[in-house]
Design a protein around this ligand. Structure first.
Ligand code: NAP
Length: 243
């Protein structure tokens, strides 16, 4: 892990790892938490982009570092968890933000199963495997939390035949949230899904009505202000929404 100026891996500081945080909602969430005094670890599959993102936050005064993490690759997740353990004893919050939207021109009537599987590798299995790998560090935190970036497209009412692999991947991610929350409730680890709304990022495009600040707001709230007892739920705009 490339350490950055100002990084002090102390037990007292709250630590957050955000996957896919080199740009978009993930980067904005990192920026807001960094400005609030959190120790921020930027997860990114492209080292150069991840380093640049961590440097930008460090230059703005945050305690930020970068860790190489491709959530579609089990060896990469394992390596990242080992690297993390060299600098940190515990992880307070994991934000499974990395995601892809490869469904342009696709339909549930014709999409090849391999394409669905590929989307799941990042959006669904990536979040699950990353949570599994970082659980030993989460368990050492006082108020551990896992936040899964889902979508309105993952809601039962939002399933759209023209967005097949993305919808199914986020629907199943919500299932992962529910199952992890039940498995970890006794251990005090809160696990929730959230929808950021339609946000102006590379994924959301320029026509989206929401800014990245708005898109990151519920993630920042779930990380820092939400009651620890809230678990196994789905949120948008800090309010619970139906699955
Ligand atoms: P974005 O700007 O496209 O950013 C996606 C991030 O995920 C990038 O950093 C990307 O890295 C990373 N990523 C993709 N595959 C990865 C992998 N295998 N390993 C590690 N990182 C990976 O998208 P966004 O709009 O910020 O979306 C963030 C999350 O919000 C996603 O889960 C998305 O599904 C969800 N969401 C977004 C919207 C919206 O309107 N934007 C709406 C609902 C939900 P690279 O830079 O290397 O590609």
């Amino acid at each position: 892990m490339a350490k950055r100026k100002g990084l002090q891996p102390e037990d007292s500081a709250r630590t957050v790892l955000i996957t896919g945080a080199n740009k978009g909602i993930g980067f904005e969430t990192a920026r807001q938490l960094g400005a609030a005094g959190w120790v921020v670890i930027i997860g990114a599959r492209r080292a150069k982009a991840g380093r640049e993102a961590a440097t930008a936050l460090s230059e703005a005064g945050a305690a930020a570092s970068f860790i190489e993490l491709d959530v579609a690759s089990t060896p990469s997740i394992t390596r990242a968890a080992t690297e993390f353990g060299k600098s940190f004893r515990k992880l307070d919050v994991l934000i499974n933000n990395a995601g892809i939207y490869p469904d342009e021109g696709r339909n549930i009537l014709s999409i090849p199963r391999e394409e669905i599987a590929e989307t799941f590798q990042t959006n669904t299995f990536g979040a699950l495997a990353t949570t599994q790998a970082f659980l030993p560090y989460l368990r050492k935190a006082a108020k551990p939390r896992v936040i899964n970036l889902s979508s309105g497209y993952g809601q039962l009412d939002g399933l759209s035949p023209g967005v097949p692999s993305y919808c199914l991947s986020k629907l199943t991610l919500n299932g992962v949230t529910l199952m992890l929350s039940r498995a970890l409730q006794d251990q005090g680890v809160a696990v929730n899904s959230m929808s950021p709304g339609w946000v102006r990022t590379d994924m959301g495009g320029p026509s989206a009505p929401r800014s990245v600040e708005q898109g990151a707001d519920t993630a920042v709230w779930l990380a820092s202000e939400a009651p620890q007892e809230l678990t196994g739920k789905f949120f948008e705009d800090r309010r619970e929404i139906p699955w």
